[in-house]
Structure formats: C-alpha cells, structure tokens
Ligand binder design. Structure first.
Ligand code: FES
Ligand code: FE2
Length: 411
C-alpha cells in the first residue's frame, strides 16, 4: 500500500467519533426499532389465498390476510378485550375479520368495527377502528409500512431497500429489484436486540467467528482476519434526498485501484494466518435503513446476499436471509433452485450464518439494559459501526416508542 502512511493518519478521524455518543442518542433510544419505514412481514409463499398470517414488527402485533390479489394488514389486538385475533381468526364475509372471542368484526381495509356478532345494534359499531398498515407485495415478499397512522405521504418501498448498484467491472452481483433475478431465502427468530444483529451483519472485525465455517473450507476462499480502515473513504455514505440511505464498507479497491481498507491476513503475536488461498474476492458489504444488509458477490461471485433484521420486541428480531441470483432462462432457473435447495441454503444460512446468530445472542445480556452502550470500548475496527449509528440518528424517519402495554400509547 503506497498510500498507507497518510491513510494511517486519517484513520484516527474515522474512529474519533466513538467518543461522541451524544451524536447518536436517537440510535440508543431505538430499542424498539425505527418507525415510518417499510419492513418485510412474510414471504409471499407464506400467505396462501384466503388465509391469515401474523407477525410482530417493532412491538406491533399485526394480522395479515390474503384475498385474491389483495393483501391486508391490520392491528392484531381486538379493541374489545385486547386478545390477538390471529389466535383463531374468522372470516364470515369477504373484506372483514371477526374476533374469535365475542365476535367484534372489522373491515380489513380501514379497520372500522362494522358489526358485533351477537350485538349488531351496539352503539360501539362504527366508532372504533383498529390500525391498518400500507402493504406492498414485491420481489417475493410482503412488505408493511409500520409507523404513525397519519404519516404522509407514505414513501415508496424502494426508498427502504438497498440502492440498486451499477454492475461495473468488478461488482457484478444482481440487485433484488432487477427483472431477471430470483430471490430465495428463509427467515427465523433471533434472541437479541435488532441493533446488535445489524451491527454484526456488516462488522468488518468479526470474521473470527466464521473461522471454522464449512463454506470457507469448501470454497478455499481467502478470508482475511479482519480489515483496518485506512482513511475516511473506507466508509461511503448514501444520503441523497428521496433515495435509499445507507453506509458501505469500501473493502475492495475503488475504480482507481486505491484501497481504503487494509485486509489483515496475519497476527504475528499469535502466529495466526488467514485461511484459504484462492486469491482476493470482491465482497462488499453495505447497510441500509431501516436495517437491511447487502453483500455483493457472496456467497459466490454473481450472487447477492440480503439480510433484514426486523425488530420483534426489545430482545427479539426476525432474521431474514435471502440470496439473489441472475436467471436468464428456465434451465438456469431450475439449476439455481437446485443449487440453492441442496447446497447454498444449508452451507450459507446454517453452516455460516448460524455463527452470526449465536454471536448476536451472546451480545444481548451486555446491551440488554442499555449498559453496553456506556461500557463498550470500541476500537479502530468499529469505525463503520459508529458511522452507522450516527447516520441512522440523522436519517431515520422516526424512532419507535415502546408498546402500549409498557405504558405508552402509539396513537
Ligand atoms: S376480545 Fe375480541 S370480541 Fe371480545
Ligand atoms: Fe458474519
């Protein structure tokens, strides 16, 4: 690295922000997630026509129903006695849902109480409303806009997805929004606050936990022990008005050949060298509001990995793992699905990502009561995490408040 000495100097400015915690107080307050953003709720295939589904996003219980081409999303808490309607939802009439307990019946479109099974004259009818959620079903996923009921205008879904990137000479993995792609993935629950999951997702210093991953052995990939930011350019910010907001680890050289991260392949003190010798791979990670990871050229060149870390409660998140493949014809499509089903799904989501899942769970006790944010001691490798915290504090559309049960009404 010819430019290392000057870069070393400016590395200090990359990490100096770690002392300015006040600069990201909104992030510390975002225990229950962000609000006024689009979040994935279910994969499309999880909600059959005429069926109900349910989820919890940022502490808000939500009932979903598919009726033909339309998907409806409504608060999953009956206005009468507060039970979850999703425990045993009834649909006696198209466009409505009836609570299993005493028959309060709501319009799925606007949430209005339209009748009560055993009290059709009750004066409450027409006066109560459950919250409903804007829905977009695209790219094989049902997305919901979770936030203030009166937030307007609702921004386009694509403003909350990783920005489609140009496929230049080096970065040729597809965007999930491209036409000729297939998106395949799973989701599961993790036992950590969503912020810890996000920070793990694109943490340039955490490759040690993947040290023994079968995927690394199988591919003989050259995976450094970590990466050291050399200058402020190690992190690129995407903050244009009306566009997706994100931060990118510039772990591969720019078009001009200059690297802004130095990969660490050896620790002489410990006598440890990185595994694999297949040469450099152009893997680049970026994190986007409201907490979406994109990894280019992972798990293999030409594939993109996407991950969402959707807050469920303050100590649980819904972990979405999805790969995007290019498919130009039916034969390619069959081959991609076959490779995914029989190899990549196991090797990446379980063989590799399982290590991230237990690592996040292991961080949770320290951060549980907010103590971790005071007690942590971040180093040079954490520059991008600090940058993300500040970036989110500036660009999030809102910080979610605790659920009603915890003493605050969101209405
Ligand atoms: S609790 Fe739902 S109708 Fe009574
Ligand atoms: Fe990881």
């Amino acid at each position: 690295m010819t430019h290392q000495s000057s870069a070393d100097k400016s590395a200090a400015s990359v990490t100096s922000a770690k002392f300015g915690k006040k600069l990201y107080q909104p992030y510390i307050d975002a225990k229950w997630g962000l609000k006024n953003h689009w979040f994935p709720a279910l994969y499309s295939h999880e909600l059959a026509d005429g069926s109900f589904g349910s989820t919890t996003i940022c502490g808000e219980p939500i009932l979903l129903r598919r009726e033909g081409a339309a998907v409806h999303a409504i608060e999953d808490r009956c206005a009468h006695r507060g039970v979850k309607i999703s425990i045993k939802p009834h649909c006696f009439k198209k466009g409505t849902v009836t609570c299993w307990y005493h028959g309060f019946t709501y319009n799925l479109e606007d949430g209005l109480l339209t009748t009560i099974l055993a009290a059709p004259e009750d004066p409450l009818i027409g006066t109560l409303r459950l919250k409903t959620y804007p829905v977009q079903e695209k790219y094989g996923i049902i997305f919901l806009f979770v936030g203030d009921a009166d937030y307007a205008p609702v921004p386009p879904l694509e403003s909350d997805l990783p920005k489609p990137l140009e496929r230049d000479y080096k970065y040729f993995s597809p965007n999930l929004t491209d036409d000729n792609v297939i998106n395949l993935g799973i989701r599961r629950s993790g036992n950590a606050n969503w912020r810890l999951a996000v920070e793990n997702g694109f943490d340039p210093g955490h490759t040690l936990i993947h040290w023994k991953s079968p995927l690394i052995y199988a591919s003989n990939r050259s995976v450094p022990l970590g990466a050291k930011p050399l200058s402020d350019k190690a992190i690129r910010f995407f903050d244009q008005e009306g566009e997706p907001k994100g931060v990118m680890n510039m772990t591969v050289p720019d078009e001009d050949g200059i690297s802004h991260y130095q990969p660490i392949f050896e620790n002489k003190e410990l006598g440890i060298k990185a595994k694999g010798n297949s040469g450099p791979t152009f893997v680049r990670t970026s994190m986007w509001l409201p907490g979406v990871l994109r990894v280019e050229n992972f798990p293999a060149p030409g594939i993109s990995l996407y991950e969402w870390y959707v807050p469920t409660t303050e100590d649980k998140y819904d972990y979405w793992e999805m790969m995007t493949f290019t498919v130009n014809d039916e034969e390619q499509r069959i081959n991609v699905i076959d490779r995914y089903d029989n190899y990549l799904k196991q090797a990446v989501f379980h063989g590799f990502n399982d290590d991230d899942v237990w690592a996040r769970d292991a961080m949770q006790p320290f951060y549980q009561n907010g103590v971790g944010f005071d007690e942590e001691r971040l180093g040079t490798m954490d520059a991008v995490i600090v940058a993300w915290r500040k970036f989110l504090s500036t660009h999030a559309r809102g910080i979610q408040t605790p659920p009603k049960e915890l003493g605050k009404s969101r209405r």
